[in-house]
Design a protein around this ligand. Sequence first.
Ligand code: ZN
Length: 435
Amino acid sequence: MERPFDSKVKSEDELLNLQLEGLKWTVKHAYSGSWAYRKKLDEAKVKPEDIRTLDDLKRLPFTTTKDLQEGYPFPLLSVPLRDVIRIHASSGTTGKRKVICYTRKDVEDWADMFARCYAYAGCTKEDRIQIAVGYGVWTAGWGFQNGCERFGAMAIPIGPGNIDMQCQFLQDFESTVLCCTASMGLLMAEEIDKRGLRGKIKLKKIIFGSERSSDAMRKKISELSGVPYDELYDIPGMTELYGPGTGLDCKYHRGIHYWADYYILEILDPETLEPVKPGEVGEMVVTTLRKEAVPLIRYRTRDLTRIIPEKCPCGSLMPMHDRILGRSDDMFIFRGVNIYPSHIDEILSKIKEVGSEYQIHLERKEDGKDYMTIKVERAQDVRSSPEMDSLIIKKIGEDIKNQIMVSCDIEIVDYGSLPRSERKTKRVFDKRDLN
Ligand code: ZN
């Protein structure tokens, strides 16, 4: 299938070749342009000319959030400031904001990547794209906007919130695509339903940016808005790596195609920093191939995902990763196995007899072994009975054994008995003496 703005590479070999050329260029460029990168590379005893194959990637030192913070306000800048035409910043939830500089080429490359996202979502120039994400110093609005203009569809830059105006625009401008966060998508779907607009508007696709949407949420949004479930798309993205638009799930939704002609993705064990087996969960580590102002060399994103090793029926050469499954900072080790709360979360959310609230308790007993107990609430509409509870316990135990390869105890508690939080809910209680 020919899609506008798709990668020009025609085979996997060509892609690997392009990656090698990009990697060589990036290391040379960062080494000569940035004192911070030069220092890191010198310390790791790697010179640009040492990069001869893609395998040499693993000789390169990692870049972390700390490097971005230490270089504030213009960290890892590898071009003269006069070549910078724009900056963007993250909202900065931890420590200082991350500020990223862009050259003209960076801005154009980003628009090309984003235009490709619209193409993979099946958009055409006839589409009218209502962009309901934030415009400002953040990457969201600008990313969706520049990508839309590059793609050639009609952009309606409304920004988030303002539900009345959103609904009015959907009717008056006959918007066909809505871009928003998943939470905003749910809000809009509820309004479309409440105002009886389903069937009267032309909306046929929704593209979610910046926030992970759960399957349950997507089903609800589709049901209320009338937009087919298959026409809901996820755009991942982070400020450090241009912004949103570095990949998208196509209409088959087998995974998120990522633009491997712009960056290399490694999935590493966050403890050992060695590659995990194909298909296993690990931390996303990215290396850019043509980013000028702030190239990234093995940047540790802390986001967890896995590679989806299969080929997509759409025929794209662009590889796929799963949705973002959580943050590596949340990982714990139990009996030699790396476990992420999101993995337990995923297993529990497939069992309809239990609710969304759970706790993981870890302790070390007299026998010197570690034990894990998962406390989970019964679903609101499930009656308490010892027979039912033991069935649920058996099911959860088997699923965890099969999918995470560990045994644990399970306790079913009443609906509403675990504490709720308006912020982040504490899930893991580690009472082991870990000295
Ligand atoms: Zn595909």
